[in-house]
Write a new protein. Structure first.
Length: 90
C-alpha cells in the first residue's frame, strides 16, 4: 500500500506535495467556516419590520403584539358571530 505523504502534484517543473495541498484546503475551509459562523452568530442583528429596520428585541416585541392583536380580532369575530346567531334565534 502506498503512503499518502509520498504523493505529489507535478505541473511543468513545479512539484507540490499532497500534504501542502491538503493544508491549503483546510485553511480555506476554516476561514470560510469561521466567517459563516461569525455572520450567523453576530450580535445586533437587524430585522426589517414593515419597511423599518428594528433590533432583535424590538422585532420580538412587535411580533408578540401582532399575535395578540390577531387573537383579539378573532375573539371579536367569534362574539359578533354568536350575537348574530342569537339575534336570529329570537
Amino acid at each position: 500500500m502506498t503512503n499518502l505523504l509520498d504523493f505529489s502534484f507535478k505541473v511543468l517543473d513545479f512539484t507540490l506535495p499532497l500534504w501542502v495541498v491538503l493544508v491549503v484546503f483546510v485553511l480555506i475551509g476554516a476561514i470560510c467556516l469561521g466567517s459563516y459562523l461569525f455572520i450567523l452568530l453576530k450580535k445586533k442583528r437587524k430585522y426589517i419590520y414593515e419597511k423599518e429596520e428594528v433590533s432583535v428585541d424590538e422585532f420580538k416585541r412587535l411580533e408578540k403584539f401582532e399575535t395578540q392583536r390577531n387573537d383579539f380580532e378573532m375573539e371579536i369575530a367569534k362574539i359578533k358571530k354568536s350575537r348574530k346567531s342569537y339575534s336570529k334565534a329570537k
